[in-house]
Ligand binder design. Structure first.
Ligand code: DX5
Ligand code: ZN
Length: 218
């Protein structure tokens, strides 16, 4: 199988030292960039202008996670500024398949995310339209929350359904991923792991990334 991908979430970084914080994750696979609008979630981060500067500065490609209302209108702009992947929430999108096709046309990987309370079945018929499926393992909005193991059967069912249909999206988990939880998510079929506090909270960021990757592979 492919090597597990570790995507540190810069939500846990020091925002006023962003250039140095990005340099710390040069051995990661992608930088996970949480865009929040204080409407889809009760928290606010940054928008396209900041993400464009992050993109220009970051040693690894960007994995943009949009926790915003109206992604049909805003998501393509993140693909245009050069994000490697753009993931929007199924709960917020008017036309998820149409939006995924637009993102792919621009040249980004198209991702769709579901909150812990959202059933996976709505994605079964359209799994082939996406490059990555993000199963949230906390309620979106904040870093540092506890991993929700009850989301694992939904992840497993999506992974199995994709295999049945010959679809090959990456399966991403986000929220509460640490040394203590990453193996559970890997055994449920995740191959791409977002980790905020577990990476940026470590004294040795590079070692933390390597350890997470090794645990996910086991
Ligand atoms: C939560 C964000 C996550 C967050 C994860 O809404 O989508 O990406 O940064 O942080 P940790 O790994 O600390 O749970
Ligand atoms: Zn995220």
């Amino acid at each position: 199988p492919t090597s597990p991908r570790i995507n540190p979430s810069i939500l846990a970084a020091d925002f006023v030292n962003m250039q140095a914080e990005l340099a710390r994750i040069a051995t990661a696979d992608f930088a996970h960039v949480d865009v929040m609008d204080n409407h889809f979630v009760p928290n606010l981060t940054f928008g396209p202008q900041m993400v464009e500067r992050i993109q220009a500065t970051c040693p690894v490609p960007l994995d943009v996670h949009l926790m915003i209302t109206g992604p049909d209108r805003w998501a393509p702009g993140y693909a245009e500024l050069g994000a490697a992947s753009v993931t929007f929430h199924l709960e917020a999108a008017a036309d998820p398949v149409g939006l995924a096709r637009r993102l792919r046309d621009i040249g980004a990987r198209a991702g769709v995310a579901i909150k812990p309370g959202t059933a996976g079945e709505a994605l079964y018929d359209v799994l082939g339209e996406f490059d990555q499926i993000l199963v949230m393992t906390v309620e979106p909005g904040f870093g540092g929350q506890g991993f929700m193991p009850e989301t694992m059967p939904k992840l497993r069912a999506l992974v199995d359904e994709a295999a049945r249909r010959g679809a090959t999206p990456w399966f991403q988990v986000d929220g509460g991923i640490s040394d203590a939880t990453i193996e559970m998510a890997a055994s449920a079929g995740a191959d791409t792991f977002v980790a905020g506090s577990a990476v940026y909270g470590a004294d040795d960021v590079e070692a933390a990334i390597m350890r997470l990757r090794d645990l996910a592979r086991a």
